[in-house]
Design a protein around this ligand. Structure first.
Ligand code: HEC
Length: 188
């Protein structure tokens, strides 16, 4: 009898953990899809603007459209959606303590040889007493990014960036570096 009860308890615990795990995985999957949505709309706008008037023209896309897309998606899903980095350009994107830890973990994972492109992390966390699901997805530095985040930036672009972001830390990146991450927080 005792054995049957303990088996049952273990079984119930197991099912509960499996269900909770499943729920987290579902949230992570949905987060990944929303990140893709963010990435695709930004990339589309960036490429169109570069084609139309070069990278100097595209600064406005990143300056105005990136925060606008983040806001639209945040409103659409009722989540906090944004971009962050260990070296930010816009101080509004400064990472919080949890994000700094995950960004540092991403760097360590990259050093160990992990591919940056699919790199992500999620967890259920306590956000000042409120339970939240948090998700981060690493953003690799591609060729086109170097025009505004690289080591050899055109002086016109440099001047415009400096004017808009006097405290800019987001330069000096090399191809393949982790530029930052998409970050999502959902209430649970
Ligand atoms: C035309 C210039 C330009 C190009 C090209 C560009 N960026 Fe940016 N990037 C910016 C600007 C301007 C900001 C600040 C946006 C803001 O105010 O939120 C920014 C911000 C970011 C941020 C948010 C964190 C921060 O530093 O504030 C990330 C992440 C980022 N860029 C990644 C990329 C990646 C990856 C690429 C290549 C696919 C790229 N950028 C290409 C100009 C550019």
């Amino acid at each position: 009898m005792l054995r049957a009860i303990s088996t049952l308890i273990i079984y119930v615990l197991f099912i509960n953990t499996a269900l909770a795990d499943d729920q987290l995985k579902q949230r992570a999957q949905k987060s990944k899809e929303v990140v893709m949505e963010f990435m695709n709309s930004l990339k589309g706008e960036l490429e169109t603007a570069i084609k139309a008037g070069g990278p100097a023209n595209a600064i406005n896309v990143c300056h105005k459209q990136a925060p606008a897309i983040a806001k639209t998606l945040s409103d659409k899903y009722g989540w906090d959606i944004g971009r962050t980095s260990l070296k930010t350009r816009n101080p509004d994107n400064t990472p919080d303590e949890w994000e700094i830890k995950i960004l540092n973990d991403f760097e360590a994972r990259k050093t160990k040889g992990e591919d940056v492109k699919p790199m992500a992390y999620f967890a259920a966390v306590d956000n000042n007493g409120k339970k939240a699901f948090r998700f981060m997805k690493a953003i690799p530095t591609g060729e086109v990014c170097l025009k505004c985040h690289g080591t050899d930036i055109d002086p016109t672009i440099k001047a415009k960036l400096h004017e808009l972001y006097p405290g800019d830390m987001a330069t000096g990146f090399k191809l393949g570096d982790i530029r930052g991450a998409f970050t999502i927080s959902q209430p649970m």
